[in-house]
Ligand binder design. Structure first.
Ligand code: CAA
Ligand code: NAD
Length: 302
């Protein structure tokens, strides 16, 4: 960690300094991938305990990648890890995190009001040309960005879990996102060795619009007693070539996140009601705090 690298202002108009709000599953991954690719990154969360959790996620992933990339060359493994950490600093002071940064990526809890409150505060203190991006799974970018004075510099920048491994990033423009902002975000994703796709500001964008209804249908199938969760997972891995079955994947993504997505879509009313009908099993698990891997239990126990 290098808590005092100075985020020197970038004179050319490319993005160099990135601040990520949220050091959870996704935020930590985004920080890591940006730092690995030479960006200067500030990781911000509300409590040091959450920062520490994020650092652990990054640590585990970096050592996996180091071992894979530099097999038995321990020196190269060590310098790869140290160089990446030297590009990261952490902050629990939300305002300080926004100082002199070129791009803010928000990866906090999937709640519209919480995201709007954060961006409203940051809009007042950030440099005029700082670009804002949300990693939201499903909330309308137009709804998040409308409370700022910089909708032309606001877009969705949607990474996938686990961020170090999944190559895709969805870029979502609101109706005021400028071409300059869009091109800068395409450039950032490519410098992070990701492949960008673009989608309109519609519920779930591309992947989640197709994936989340599939995950929910799996729960309904089990709830009807037609097959066990284990057999459904096995079936989709061996029969449809999925790397994870739907229940394994739901536990991996986080049942709170999935519930927020489906509840949000139901409220929105833009998606066929059958696809987003409440699911008792999912609601019960989230109520019991069983959020999947991140809480030690979900559909399965970890
Ligand atoms: N950091 C670095 N590398 C990682 C990693 C991490 N966190 N997780 C996995 N990997 C790498 C491993 O090093 C391994 O690399 P090699 O193949 O080169 O050896 C590879 O990924 C496979 O990992 P494992 O062998 O440990 O295990 P696996 O084969 O089961 O793969 C997985 C794990 C990559 C997660 C795979 O199961 C998978 O792709 N699952 C589906 C994930 C998915 O669908 N994600 C999208 C969810 S939806 C979303 O994210 C959007 C939203 O808004 C909710
Ligand atoms: P998470 O619960 O693992 O992490 C959220 C983090 O945000 C927590 O550490 C929390 O302390 C922090 N936070 C909350 N309010 C904050 C604030 N005001 N300022 C700074 N930090 C704050 O959640 P996650 O799974 O990483 O999801 C984060 C976002 O990414 C959500 O919008 C989610 O929909 C989206 N997303 C999730 C996945 C996934 O598979 N989990 C994939 C793609 C996108």
């Amino acid at each position: 960690l290098n808590n005092n690298f100075s985020t020197t202002p970038t004179n050319n108009n490319s993005i160099q300094n990135i601040t990520v709000y949220g050091s959870g599953l996704m935020g930590a991954g985004i920080v890591q991938v940006a730092a690995q690719n030479g960006f200067k990154v500030t990781m911000v969360d509300i409590e040091q305990a959450f920062i520490e959790k994020g650092k652990k996620i990054i640590d585990a992933s970096l050592s996996r990648i180091a071992k894979k990339q530099f097999k038995d060359d321990e020196n190269s493994q060590k310098s790869f890890i140290e160089t990446t950490w030297s590009n990261i600093k952490t902050e629990t002071n939300s305002e300080k995190g926004a100082e002199n940064t070129d791009l803010i990526i928000e990866a906090i809890v999937e709640n519209l009001e919480t995201k709007q409150n954060l961006f409203k505060k940051l809009d007042k203190i950030s440099k005029p040309n700082t670009i804002f991006a949300s990693n939201t799974s499903s909330l309308p970018i137009s709804e998040i960005s409308k409370i700022t004075e910089r909708q032309d510099k606001f877009a969705g920048l949607h990474f996938f879990n686990p961020v170090p491994q999944m190559k895709l990033v969805e870029i979502i423009k609101n109706d005021q996102t400028s071409e300059d902002t869009y091109q800068k975000l395409v450039d950032v994703t490519k410098r992070m060795k990701k492949t960008p796709v673009t989608c309109k500001d519609t519920p779930g964008f591309i992947v989640n619009r197709l994936l989340v209804p599939y995950l929910m249908e799996a729960v309904r199938l089990a709830e009807r007693g037609e097959a066990t969760t284990e057999d459904i997972d096995t079936a989709m891995k061996l029969g449809a070539g999925m790397p994870m079955g739907p229940f394994e994947l739901s536990d991996f993504v986080g049942l709170d996140t999935l519930k927020s997505i489906v509840d949000g879509w139901r409220k929105d009313g833009k998606i066929d009601a059958g696809l987003v009908a409440p699911i008792k099993k999912l609601d019960d698990l989230v109520k019991e705090g069983k959020l999947g891997r991140k809480s030690g239990a979900g559909f399965y126990t970890y």
